[in-house]
Design a protein around this ligand. Sequence first.
Ligand code: PMT
Length: 397
Amino acid sequence: MAVRKILLGVTGGIAAYKSAELVRLLKKAGHEVRVVMTRGAEAFVTPLTFQALSGEPVRTSLLDPEAEAGMGHIELAKWADQVVVAPASADFIARLAQGMADDLLTTVCCATEAPIAVAPAMNQAMWSNLRTQRNIHLLGEDPQITLWGPDQGEQACGDNGPGRMLEPAVIVRMLEGMSSGGLAGKRVVITAGPTREPIDPVRYISNHSSGKMGYALAVAARNAGATVVLVSGPVTLAAPAGIDIRHVVSADDMLKASSQAVDEGCDLFVATAAVADYRPENCASDKIKKSSEVMSLPLVRNPDTLATIAGRSDAPFTVGFAAETSDVAHYAKDKMQRKNLRMIVANDVSAPGLGFNSDNNAVTVFWADGQETIGPDSKQIIAQRLVTLIGDHLKQG
Ligand code: PMT
């Protein structure tokens, strides 16, 4: 990875002790690191710790005449080519989301043009709180900001749930993925989420796809320099910034929207969507009444978006996903051949806590003469590694 100038913001939380290890790993990877601490962070770790590890003076105050006489806050903001805030407390996230500049770290975040990665760390109830989630949605809409995590699991307070800071080694790997730039100048179309096939005006057939894998892939492709169109089935995720999102409902809609996006120009097409294979033959115009004990619903095959795009005479480099519960490699390779794909990402969705509607995944990618297993890991990490791998194959033609 190229040497980078990383400004690490440390805010007040017990995970601040992990940031010392983060500095050590970043230095070991050859990066220049400068640390800015909030007042809350100083209650958990001393500036001296970060100074010793980074080899640079640590900044803690906006209005410090001595420090401002050296590298002032604007110079600091210009110096960084990447800002990472880890841990990012609920309070810091709220202030960042509102664009406040009431301490050195928020001021630097306002003044910098560098990308800002935010690794939240807080109690699970604070993370799930409506107001925190509203702020997280705001950050998600900011093209300069990427959210890393949080992780799930046991917390310092004894609770269990989402809110743990990503491990320092994971944050370093996220940085590696961000700097790959492997899709610079490429036009990428990604499908994500489920489809809904209407039965009557109030009911539909669908599945458990949350869209998380596809959205993470879209963000990773955007971060790697691509122009991204995301064709999304109905999900509850915030629209990621800097991505052209096209909302669809049914498999028919997904084919139409994807074909149109590919017509507009596409180097790479990736289908992560869990498209319903069948739809009701007829959609009743009125709500179906329960009149008999048993009811049958004739279903007809849906169009296959992935196979249609891969079968075009001007087909882009096309990558499919395969969600399987048994004999994963066999079925995935068969799909790759039948659908005429360049690569396929096989997803064993039988493992608990992975695949559908979870934050984590584990995949094996197959191509004509090779394969690579990625994970188990967060969908964000999986997405970054997939983008790097697919980008390498795309370059080879
Ligand atoms: O959304 P998440 O909760 O994050 O979960 C992610 C995921 C498990 C949905 C994802 O990682 C995944 O495995 N996606 C593929 C799901 C699937 O249903 O695969 P399939 O084996 O049915 O289809 C194979 C491929 O053909 C897929 O790329 C699919 O998008 C595509 N397809 C299938 C049918 C169809 N009518 N049109 C298609 O484009």
